[in-house]
Write a protein that binds this ligand. Sequence first.
Ligand code: G6P
Length: 615
Amino acid sequence: MCGIVGYIGYRNAYDVIIKGLQRLEYRGYDSAGVVLFDGTQMQLCKTKGKVSDLQAKAAKEMNAVGTIGMGHTRWATHGVPNDVNSHPHYSNSGELAIIHNGIIENYEPLKKELINRGYVFKSDTDTEVLVNLIEDIQKTNQLKLGKAVQIALNQVVGAYAICVFDVKKPNEIIVARLGSPLAIGIGENEYFIASDASPFIEYTNNAIYLEDEEMAIVRLNKSMKIRKIKDDSLVVPYVQELQLNLEQIEKGGYDHFMLKEIHEQPAVIKDTYRGRLLSDKGIIKMAGVEDNLDKFTNAKRIVIVACGTSWHAGLVGEYLIEEFARIPVEVEYASEFRYRNPIINKDDVVIAISQSGETADTLAAIKLAKEKGAFVFGVCNVVGSSISRETHAGAYTHAGPEIGVASTKAFTTQITVLALIAFRLAKVKGTISQSDYLRNLLEMELIPSKIEEALKVDGHVIDIAAIYKDAPNCLYLGRGFNYPVAMEGALKLKEISYIHAEGYPAAEMKHGPIALIDEHMPVVVIAPKQNHYDKVVSNIQEIKARSGKIIAVVTKGDEQVRALADHVIEIPETTEALTPLLSTIPLQLLSYHIAVMRECNVDQPRNLAKSVTVE
Ligand code: G6P
């Protein structure tokens, strides 16, 4: 993972880089570093910790001048997070500096070879191997830096987005990518390089996204040339106009991005269905689905691949598509799918779900499915991301930038897209009654206002959070469409408050988790008044009989569960299929408030990163 920023132009590079790194901290935050060229020499400052720690160290150690530089925020892969392993890394001569997002898988044999040739390594990183490999090639063959980088990259196996700077060529930065994102912002007499566009959005709206296996020499006062790393052929650069704005990537008065993003859900769900859902006319139009309707309707099977929260959305997708469109669906962890030799046929449709569109395992699963001849449809949030480009067709979720590491609005917008697909396919296949179809469409349009209402339980959730904030464990139960929501609720609690939590289908409780229940165990039960209501009520009785503490998410006005549970949180009524869009809201709030009360870093939980571009 990791976030990278580079700048070359006329501004103070340090300021641009630090602000950029802060915006990229969602990609990793266990160490950070910056290198600047002050007109005479390179100045380096790096440290274990966050960008704020880097700032504190730089204020003491560094003269932050210069109009060219590079910075890095790290999520450790090779080597523990410490000052030495932090990026940037110098080559042995001290003439080259590099920042790197990704993994060089064959770094060990390369390192051995370099050691034999007299190179000395200070860090445990694969990145220091790469910068010395470049130096070795450059010096041995008397090559220009760009050529040396190209030859080196043809020798490495793995993934990278890199920036390389040569003190002898202080007006250029060499950049390259394979498997990790890299955007180049184009200003007037200045260039910005970053893992995504957020570091340069206030300076320019024009950006080039490098494709895999492409490299560029970013040089002042010269037009940029992009080349294929493998065969050196020139690529015509495609300059995109960015849609992002500054407001979207700031906290907007909220204490945390996660809270802001929870509260954005009514608005972004509207954005998700805007122009696609015409409920009064009974129409759903999604270009990516319409253009490939025959592929979906003829599919013998749909396989959904995803990771993390997106995988949970995939599970809801399975329930939706099977229930309404009557197409068999399997949901796979992308990391398992890609390595287990799955059976995929030409008439299978694979749906890949990813907020970032950069998750390495999901990307690899897509490539495998394509190799096997399947039609691959992407459900992504980040426009222009690797997954959105790798898939045959797709639908964006339009959730806007999600910065909190714990995914919230991405989840509900993914479910919204999957529901639209399910209803559209059901309509074409004639597997849904007209009244059910119209009811769900009309209800979909009411979801934003119903989420607004669901968000009003915040104060009550704070009270509940205060009671259970010190619980060591927590169980989440749900049935049917709400079983994946239970898993997602447990994941939210785990990732941001470090409380061990498990999500289970409510009826499975008796096959194991029930043994954990005693008077200390909080159990969150999703119990809306729907199909499985009576069964869930029985599960609640079973918990109560064992003195478990019951926090129930119920339909507004419910009395039966209220009489049994220790706490109830009400959500508005909607169709069963759309309940996950509402039942997930109080669970997001509960985990958020518990994490705040436990003084955890909500937006940057330990060990995690938002965009997992390593296996
Ligand atoms: C990381 C994030 C999760 C996310 C998962 C999949 O683990 O912390 O929030 O659900 O990756 O990411 P994707 O971008 O593919 O949805």
